[in-house]
Design a protein around this ligand. Structure first.
Ligand code: ADP
Length: 393
């Protein structure tokens, strides 16, 4: 059965088509600069990438070309072969504890939640509508980044703010990257072969979050009301003293939009290093002796370690820690620094095993008290699995 896994952004649309239940990727790609000059798309098929220019005035144009490419490349002969389309949705708030089949009411709720994810949910709605129009017979499923975190208890997800901010304005911790955390936590529990496992998943990409998982359920996560909480990220500040915001607004006459822009787009690795949001550039800066790059990496590492320590206590001990996403899967040096700072917990790095990028591997020594792994994440397959499960009952 053919299932499409879709991630629609405001000007992009990523897709991956699976043969299910085998989970075989048949074709994948990305449409970029939708509605902007210079739009194009890239398709990956049989290990080869092909990029083409295209006029993409809307997401509908992208879906139309996608369908043409699927037919031209003999992936499908007929549109009806696509039985399901799974859509990645960033914000489901406390409305969705799991994935759902999309009907008018679900679509409206996703749209109504746009104030909590102004960049992401409106784009997802546009994507859902474009696919519905072009491929009406496929079952459309919404897979939420927030669902995995819905198992957090009230004492975990509430902020110490006036309670009415929660009841009247939905201010609470929702978390992010849930689909990735769930995939990696499931994979870890398979590796450990232990159902009642206690694990910590470090999703370290351009955006980053850490989740404490007990028996497959999320107990706490570092992301908050928005995806700008917890860790130091590429351009996001993560946890800060909230009073810095009114202080800087008064000092510099910044508007709420101005300050929002600074804490989301000009902070994190970029803000401290002054060089780049990309950890590879920061690592190169360190090699060239740039002190602010070194400082940026130290603050980044320190925050990750703080969260691991906090979740170690919360979980009352940990069986395993996983590193995933761009930095977690690829940065040998950042993983090394994090693990070395965990020595008090009996964690011992194996340098040779850690010399790995983008591949599932144990990276600690056999006598390490906590096993640490690199586990490449796969959000797309999770979306395809959930979508398939609705069709196969
Ligand atoms: P997101 O999906 O949040 O945009 P990614 O998971 O793609 O981000 O992660 C991007 C980060 O991963 C960047 O900081 C980048 O430097 C880092 N990264 C990607 N590849 C490598 C690599 N080979 N070595 C070190 N860091 C890498």
């Amino acid at each position: 059965m053919k299932i499409l896994s879709v991630n629609a952004g405001s000007s992009s649309l990523k897709f991956q088509m699976y043969e299910m239940p085998e989970e075989k990727v048949l074709i994948s790609g990305v449409f970029e600069r939708i509605g902007i000059n210079g739009s194009c798309y890239t398709i990956k098929l049989n290990g080869e990438k092909v990029s083409k220019d295209a006029i993409l005035n809307s997401h509908k144009d992208a879906v139309k070309i996608l369908v043409e490419e699927l037919i031209a490349n003999n992936i499908i002969a007929d549109l009806n072969e696509i039985k399901g389309i799974g859509h990645r949705i960033v914000q489901g708030a406390d409305k969705f504890e799991s994935s759902v089949v999309i009907n008018d009411e679900v679509l409206k709720t996703i749209s109504d939640l746009s104030s909590l994810a102004p960049l992401h949910n409106p784009a997802a709605v546009i994507g859902i509508e474009a696919f519905k129009e072009m491929i009406p017979n496929a079952v459309a499923v919404a897979v939420f980044d927030t669902s995995f975190h819905q198992t957090m208890e009230e004492e975990t997800y509430l902020y110490a703010l006036p309670y009415e901010w929660y009841t009247d304005y939905q201010v609470r911790k929702y978390g992010a990257h849930g689909t990735s955390h769930k995939y990696v936590a499931n994979r870890l529990s398979d590796i450990l072969n232990k159902k009642d496992s206690k694990v910590i998943v470090c999703h370290l990409g351009n955006g980053g979050s850490i989740t404490a998982v007990k028996n497959g359920k999320c107990v706490d996560t570092s992301m908050g009301f928005t995806p700008n909480a917890g860790l130091v990220m590429g351009t996001r500040c993560g946890d800060i003293d909230a009073s810095i915001i009114p202080y800087m607004m008064q000092k510099t006459n910044m508007t709420p939009q101005d300050i929002d822009n600074v804490i989301n787009k000009k902070s994190g690795l970029l803000g401290i290093s002054g060089v780049s949001s990309d950890s590879r550039d920061v690592e190169n800066g360190i090699k060239e002796g740039n002190k602010r790059c070194l400082l940026a990496e130290k603050i980044f590492v320190r925050r990750v370690v703080d969260y691991i320590a906090k979740y170690y206590v919360l979980l009352n001990g940990v069986d395993a820690i996983a590193f995933t996403a761009g930095i977690g899967e690829n940065s040998i040096t950042i993983r090394k620094q994090i693990i070395e700072k965990l020595s008090i917990l009996g964690v011992e790095l194996d340098e040779e095993r850690n010399n790995v990028r983008g591949k599932e591997q144990l990276i600690t020594a056999d006598n390490s008290k906590i096993a640490c792994y690199v586990i490449p994440t796969d959000e797309e397959v999770m979306i395809a699995r959930d979508t398939y499960s609705f069709i196969e009952g």
